[in-house]
Design a protein around this ligand. Structure first.
Ligand code: IMP
Ligand code: MG
Length: 179
């Protein structure tokens, strides 16, 4: 792993693909233990969570389904980052065991709104798996059930996480270099 540059910013190695793979296997084992005997539905939150979802879903050694949603944010004069609606959830989740897959929980705004919306659809259980967690998020009343790595509030990229759409295809996770 070496430094990478995007938009003139320098990023340094933070979490290797081997460390990621190890945590993915551990979380998969935890989910299997918690949901044994059921057929859970994973909901991958696009775009950022797709590499984590692909790896986690294949690592969970049980019958399961996966679907994909995007969250649409308010535009223009509204506060950016505020979640408006869920796009693409066609499945009926009433009475089902549902596991949300997120790439990162930062302020928790995104997840708080998503959880509220999904709870109204009356799933039997609703759990949250996130690869990365900036613990500040708990202030919004959101606490993920499965966390890959708890990290300081620094900006990171790679393995799905982007800087203006770039860097999602890095296999490792990098953090913005501090001067
Ligand atoms: P929230 O602040 O928890 O609502 O997070 C909103 C979204 O911001 C996440 O789903 C990510 O797409 C993005 N995000 C938060 N922190 C980072 C970061 O360090 N790198 C790249 N994207 C991030
Ligand atoms: Mg996201």
């Amino acid at each position: 792993m070496k430094q990478v540059q995007y938009n003139g910013l320098t990023f340094v190695p933070f979490i290797s693909k081997e460390e990621i793979a190890k945590r993915v296997r551990e979380i998969a084992a935890d989910i299997k233990a918690d949901f044994d005997g059921t057929v859970p539905l994973f909901i991958c939150v696009l775009n950022g969570a797709f590499p984590f979802a692909a790896d986690l879903f294949r690592a969970v050694d049980m019958d399961a389904e996966i679907t994909f949603i995007r969250l649409k944010s308010y535009q223009g004069t509204e506060t950016s980052g505020k979640v408006k609606e869920i796009v693409g959830l066609s499945e009926d989740i009433k009475g089902r065991n549902v596991i949300i897959i997120e790439d990162i929980v930062d302020t928790g705004h995104t997840l708080a709104k998503l959880v509220t919306d999904l709870q109204q659809k009356e799933p039997a259980r609703l759990k949250i798996a996130t690869l990365l967690f900036k613990p500040e998020a708990e202030r919004n009343g959101v606490k993920p059930d499965y966390v890959g790595f708890s990290i300081d509030p620094r900006f990171i990229i790679g393995y799905g996480l982007d800087l203006d759409g770039m860097a999602r295809n890095l296999e490792d996770i990098y953090v913005l270099k501090q001067d």
